[in-house]
Write a protein that binds this ligand. Structure first.
Ligand code: NAP
Length: 451
């Protein structure tokens, strides 16, 4: 079996396959980067180390004798989807949602307007974002969206850099954050407090930061809290917390988070660089199906800001040779079985965010993987017979070697892991991540030369 993508969905899939009592499968996990763990490594915020503890489970999976990690191999560049189909009995795509959704408003291309995904990748030392051109010289930053990613960004911007310095945050990020002039982060939520997508714990974390004050419109929260019918426990907890925060006497903090509900950016303005955000007030309207939607009221105001992050959700990207639903940003599938024009493509599966869209926490992928693996196992009984040797490690390894691909193994990752931990320890940090693929590969070359 081939799993494409070594993030949580990929690892949970490998785990479920290896645990199955069905025929003995070998599981090869391909990953574009030399390192495993996807968003656990490069998405989870550096001050949320507990969430990263899930890698212990992944390590156990990787230790299985029928598991292989093939890092630094990009499917679509080093290997085609078609070749994977030839060399494996089943292929499951766990490639996540690697880009961001755009606002689609005038001025989005101005300097200083960034994707949340890029900022997150940058502070987490993802090699793609090492040279992300971020300037933290503005006093006010605007974050559009009210999800947990928006909260992560807001927290990283208002938190005292000393509090991040000992984590595994990228060195370049902590250096830039130490010089940051950002004093206020305004989070623009298009709907009301009851519809905020973040978890109460995330807001509580920010409110508990020393030197940070949180402000929000008490009237808006009271209006939503007045009728909690139809709200789920998370929403009710959010409202209770927001009421408490809005009623607290405002203690002017060194840095502030301001939550602006029922507000949408309609244009970014400035001369080459964003200088202000034109915001429209929304009215919350309940649709016949019960959904609350934001409707523009026509009333606008300007918010001076030199930094804007769009944090309105991740977006899947197509992979050459694999069907893609560009509207939904996912690989079309029926319960994990990939479809093309409505028909199931034998032996091809999708799991995780690229299957169901960019929603849910890391653990959500465990149940998702289990479900997709059940379908894979059902289908495995009817696998077509293959030429002897067609499905073998040797064949795929030879193909990659012919193409000059420097594949990294799990043992290579364990070495890089150790180097990162030791380098971090030397400067009082949990870990100092390699911030470029070149640096990782040089380290591995040096190790091989020394052996
Ligand atoms: P998300 O939870 O889907 O939130 C997206 C936010 O963007 C929502 O507030 C949404 O508002 C808003 N939005 C969408 N389109 C918009 C538009 N055109 N204009 C203005 N606002 C717009 O996405 P996310 O924050 O990227 O997080 C992705 C997933 O990862 C979530 O399931 C999240 O819980 C998870 N995550 C978890 C953690 C954690 O557990 N600590 C950390 C990070 C991420 P509407 O509701 O009105 O659509």
């Amino acid at each position: 079996m081939a799993v494409v993508g070594a993030g949580p969905a990929g690892f949970f899939t490998a785990e479920a396959l290896l645990r199955s009592e069905a025929p003995l499968f070998d599981v090869d996990v391909f990953e574009r980067l030399p390192t495993p763990f996807g968003l656990v490594r490069s998405g989870v915020a550096p001050d949320h180390q507990k969430i990263k503890a899930v890698t212990k489970t992944f390590e156990r999976t990787a230790a299985h004798h029928r598991f292989r990690f093939l890092g630094n191999v990009e499917v679509g560049r080093d290997l085609s989807a078609e070749e994977l189909g030839t060399h494996y009995d089943q292929v499951v795509y766990a490639i996540g949602s690697s880009t961001d959704r755009r606002l689609g408003i005038p001025g989005e291309e101005l300097g200083g307007c960034h994707a949340a995904t890029a900022f997150v990748g940058w502070y987490n030392a993802h090699p793609d974002f090492r040279d992300f051109p971020i300037d933290l010289g503005a006093e006010r930053a605007v974050v559009v969206g009210a999800g947990n990613v928006a909260m992560d960004i807001a927290r990283v911007l208002v938190k005292a850099p000393e509090q991040l310095a000992k984590t595994d945050i990228a060195r370049h990020a902590v250096e830039a954050l130490s010089l940051s002039r950002v004093r206020e982060v305004v989070l623009l939520a298009r709907r009301g407090p009851a519809q905020a997508a973040f978890d109460p714990r995330e807001l509580a974390d920010i409110a508990a930061l020393p030197g940070v004050s949180v402000s929000l419109d008490l009237a808006a929260v009271e209006a939503d809290a007045a009728d909690p019918s139809g709200l789920d426990p998370r929403q009710i907890k959010n409202l209770e917390l927001m009421l408490d925060l809005a009623r607290r006497p405002s203690a002017p903090g060194e840095r502030r988070l301001r939550l602006e509900f029922n507000a949408s950016p309609i244009a970014l303005e400035g001369n080459a660089h964003v200088e202000r955000v034109r915001v429209e007030r929304n009215t919350a309207v309940r649709e016949p199906d019960g959904r609350v939607v934001a409707r523009g009221s026509g009333e606008t105001f300007d918010l001076p800001a030199g930094l804007v992050f769009r944090s309105i959700g991740y977006q899947g990207e197509p992979l050459v040779g694999v069907p893609f639903d560009s509207k939904a940003g996912v690989i079309p599938n029926l319960d994990g079985r990939v479809t093309s024009g409505g028909a199931v493509l034998a032996g091809t599966y999708a799991v995780g965010w690229i299957r169901r869209g960019p929603l849910g926490v890391i653990g959500t992928n465990k149940a998702d993987a289990q479900r997709v693996v059940e379908r894979m196992l059902e289908d495995a009984n009817a696998l077509p017979a293959r030429e002897p040797g067609a499905v073998s490690h040797a064949a795929i390894d030879a193909l990659l070697a012919r193409r000059g691909v420097s594949v990294t193994t799990y043992a290579d990752w364990l070495h890089l892991d150790l180097v990162e931990i030791n380098t971090g320890r030397a400067s009082g940090k949990l870990r100092e991540k390699f911030a470029s693929v070149e640096a990782m590969m040089n380290e591995l070359l040096a190790r091989r030369a020394a052996e």
